[in-house]
Design a protein around this ligand. Structure first.
Ligand code: MG
Length: 389
C-alpha cells in the first residue's frame, strides 16, 4: 500500500467528492458494518469546542456540548434536591462557588437524569484532617444514583482497597493513588456505560473508566451489578437514566465544576458505532442507499449513474441497477464512437467510470466481465490513459 500523507489523501478525497465519486475506495459494507472502509457517506464527527483544564485556583471551562450540573453559581442549587421521596430542597450549601455537603443532611441528587456519559467532577476533602480509613473525607459520586465511584481522603490514609478513592465501591480498587493533599482540588473524569439486558439476559455488563487528576485508575471496569457495602452484587438491569447522587457520609466534602456529556448509544443498544447486528446493519444500509439515491436525483448523466452504482454497494435494487446499466451502455456507445479530436476531453470521465466498474466487479456488485467495461478498458489501453503508478 502506497503511503499517502493526510493532506494528499484529503485532497484526493475532496477531488473525488467533487466528481461525486466518494465511493469505490475502501472495502465495501458487509453484514455487520453498514459503511465501507474510509466511507465519505459516513457522517462527520460533531464539532465540539474544547474547554480548558482547571487549576487549584480556578475551575476550567467545560466543552461546548457539556450539560452543566454545577458551575459555581448560587442559584444552581436549584438543579439539585435532597435524595428523598417525595423530593425536597437540599440542605447542601453553595458557598464561594463551591457545592458543599452539610453533614447529616443526606445525599443530594441532580434533577437532571442521564445514563451513559462522560462525567467531570472535582472535589476537595477537608484540609483539617480528621478520622481515618472510611471516616476521613468520605463522600461518593453515584452514577445513575446506583454505582459509587468512591470519594475519600486517601492521600495518607490506608483503607480497604475496594473502598479507596476512585474505587468502584465494593467492586474494584483503583490501579493507583494519584490523589493530592487534603484541601486541594481533585478531578475525576469518568466514562460510564450502564449494563444492558435483553430478554432478561445480560448483553453488556456496563463499564466505568476513571481518571484521577489525569491518571487512569479504572480501565473499563465491568460493573458486576454495581457493587455496594459488604455484599457482593449480581448482574442486574439498570433503567435508561437516573440522577447523579453525591453522598453525605458525615464529612463536609466540597464539589465544583460538575458537568457531563451524554454518550451515543452502543451498537448493542441500537447505536450505529462499531460492529452492529445483521438486522441493524441491513436497515442502516438501506437508509444510506436511500440518501445516496436522493443525492443522485440532483444529477444527470454520468454523475447520476455513479451515485446509483454507489447505492448498490449498500442495498441492491433491480430498477436502479437497470437504470445505471442503461446509462453505462449509452455512455460507452458515445465515447467509443467519438472522433479523435473529441475523445480526449472525456478521458477523466472514462477513467472514473472504469475505476468504479473495477471496484464493483472486484466485490461482485456488478459482473466482472461487463461488455461495456471491456470496451472502456480497451479505449484506455489504446490511448495509453492509465495513470502511471
Ligand atoms: Mg463514599
Amino acid at each position: 500500500m502506497k503511503h499517502l500523507t493526510f493532506q494528499t489523501l484529503s485532497l484526493t478525497l475532496l477531488a473525488a467528492g467533487a466528481l461525486a465519486d466518494g465511493g469505490f475506495y475502501g472495502d465495501p459494507p458487509d453484514a455487520t458494518h453498514p459503511w465501507a472502509i474510509h466511507d465519505m457517506n459516513r457522517p462527520q464527527p460533531a464539532r465540539v469546542e474544547p474547554g480548558s483544564f482547571s487549576t487549584q485556583d480556578q475551575p476550567g471551562q467545560p466543552p461546548s456540548d457539556a450539560v452543566i450540573l454545577f458551575g459555581g453559581g448560587v442559584d444552581e442549587i436549584s438543579k439539585w434536591q435532597a435524595d428523598k421521596q417525595p423530593a425536597e430542597p437540599t440542605k447542601w450549601e453553595v458557598k464561594a462557588g463551591v457545592l458543599q455537603c452539610v453533614p447529616g443532611s443526606g445525599y443530594v441528587r441532580s434533577k437532571e437524569e442521564f445514563g451513559d456519559c462522560q462525567l467531570h467532577i472535582e472535589w476537595s476533602a477537608p484540609a483539617k484532617v480528621e478520622g481515618n480509613s472510611q471516616g476521613r473525607g468520605n463522600s461518593g459520586v453515584f452514577l445513575m444514583g446506583q454505582v459509587e465511584v468512591q470519594v475519600l481522603d486517601n492521600y495518607n490514609n490506608p483503607t480497604y482497597p475496594d473502598g479507596f478513592a476512585s474505587s468502584i465501591y465494593g467492586i474494584n480498587p483503583p490501579m493507583a493513588n494519584a490523589l493530592r493533599a487534603p484541601g486541594e482540588w481533585q478531578t475525576y473524569d469518568i466514562i460510564f456505560r450502564r449494563p444492558l439486558f435483553k430478554d432478561g439476559q445480560e448483553i453488556d455488563p456496563g463499564y466505568i473508566t476513571v481518571f484521577v487528576n489525569g491518571v487512569l485508575t479504572q480501565d473499563h471496569t465491568p460493573l458486576e451489578g454495581g457493587g455496594g457495602h459488604m455484599r457482593r452484587s449480581s448482574p442486574r438491569a439498570f433503567p435508561e437514566k437516573g440522577p447523579l447522587k453525591l453522598q453525605d457520609h458525615g464529612n463536609p466534602v466540597r464539589y465544583r465544576n460538575i458537568w457531563y456529556r451524554p454518550l451515543p448509544k452502543r451498537a448493542l443498544d441500537g447505536g450505529d458505532s462499531s460492529r452492529m447486528t445483521e438486522a441493524a446493519t441491513s436497515a442502516k444500509r438501506a437508509q444510506i442507499a436511500q440518501g445516496i439515491l436522493e443525492d443522485a436525483a440532483k444529477f444527470a448523466g454520468t454523475p447520476k449513474m455513479l451515485r446509483q452504482f454507489e447505492s448498490l454497494c449498500y442495498a441492491d435494487s433491480e430498477s436502479i441497477r437497470a437504470e445505471a446499466m442503461a446509462q453505462l451502455e449509452k455512455l460507452t456507445q458515445e465515447v467509443t464512437s467519438l472522433p479523435e479530436d473529441q475523445v480526449e476531453k472525456r478521458k477523466g470521465e472514462v477513467l472514473q467510470v472504469t475505476k468504479a466498474l473495477r471496484y464493483l466487479g472486484k466485490f461482485k456488485l456488478v459482473a466482472d466481465n461487463l461488455a461495456a467495461r471491456q470496451k472502456l478498458e480497451a479505449l484506455i489501453k489504446a490511448r495509453n490513459w492509465e495513470p502511471k503508478k
